[in-house]
Design a binder for this molecule. Structure first.
Ligand SMILES: Nc1ncnc2c1ncn2[C@@H]1O[C@H](COP(=O)(O)OP(=O)(O)O)[C@@H](O)[C@H]1O
Ligand SMILES: [Mg+2]
Length: 262
């Protein structure tokens, strides 16, 4: 991978249907950017947070990450600077990125998650100056894209994770439409769980019909499914197949970033 230290301030939202692999892809991307020597902040907005597991934390350490305060206005005009919020609530992970946990439902009937989303929105708006890549692992569903204001309104790029199903590509298409409404400049897709050439061709054709750029395709890994049942999460970031797919995704994102800064 090439060094891109001069390219700073990229804000990515990882979105898609439930179970497609958002957390897996968010973990791999965050890890890959950190490997380039970049300062990465990874934000978990899933009410069942497990991005920490994908970044090498134990379950106990993942659950111990303090949850961001709700409905905080960050930056000028707010109560706390973004850097202070990250310093206070962020936790380092073995993979390199600093992990923030935005939402946790710890009790039944604990109410909606809007306050947590509002804090993330404000954090993204207040550009984390010393952070190279801010990456948000979104919970499933389009609600937080369509919500007035939108959690990811200040993101530069949405990475829509898809499986090789019509439904997940339709979700990608709806997501791309909402991104335009929110003024998010770029949307790319990552095909996940590709079992064969047919799946890869499906991603290429179905996404091109929807005019969504396919950034890369990650293979289905039987071992991940097996390991997941024993509590291990994620694709092996060292596997050559995963690395080459990730390199392709990062190359696409580099081009997107050049477009954004050009
Ligand atoms: N490429 C893959 N091959 C096999 N299993 C995968 C792959 N990507 C994700 N998974 C599995 O699919 C399930 C959902 O993945 P996850 O990343 O948690 O999705 P999401 O965050 O979209 O809900 C998990 O059990 C995960 O281990
Ligand atoms: Mg998830």
């Amino acid at each position: 991978m090439t060094a891109v230290a001069e390219r700073v301030g990229l804000k990515l939202g990882v979105v898609g249907k439930g179970g497609v692999g958002k957390t897996t892809v968010a973990g791999l991307l965050a890890r890959a950017y950190a490997e380039r020597g970049l300062h990465v902040v990874a934000i978990d907005t899933d009410s069942n947070p497990n991005l920490g597991l994908s970044l090498g934390l134990s379950l106990t350490d993942t659950e111990a990450v303090p949850v961001l305060p709700r409905s905080v206005v960050v930056g000028s005009g707010g109560t706390i600077a973004a850097a202070d919020l990250v310093a206070e609530y962020g936790r380092p992970t073995p993979a390199g990125p600093v992990l923030l946990s935005a939402i946790k439902i710890s009790a039944a009937g604990a109410g909606c998650t809007c306050g947590g989303h509002a804090t993330v929105r404000s954090l993204l708006a207040d550009a984390l100056d010393d952070v190279d890549v801010t990456l948000v692992d979104m919970e499933a569903g389009l609600e937080h894209l369509s919500r007035s204001g939108g959690t990811l309104a200040h993101a530069d790029v949405l990475v829509v994770v898809c499986e090789a199903t019509r439904k997940s590509v339709l979700t990608a298409a709806r997501t791309a439409a909402l991104a335009i409404e929110l003024g998010i400049p770029e949307v790319v897709a990552v095909g996940n769980k590709a079992r064969n050439g047919e799946d890869v061709a499906f991603f290429r054709d179905a996404l091109s019909t929807e005019r969504i750029q396919l950034a890369g395709t990650l293979p289905y890994d039987e071992q991940v499914a097996a390991a997941d049942r024993t509590g291990v999460v994620g694709l092996d970031p060292m596997s050559p197949e995963v690395r080459s797919a990730l390199d392709e995704v990062l190359t696409t994102l580099d081009a997107v970033q050049s477009r954004l800064s050009g």
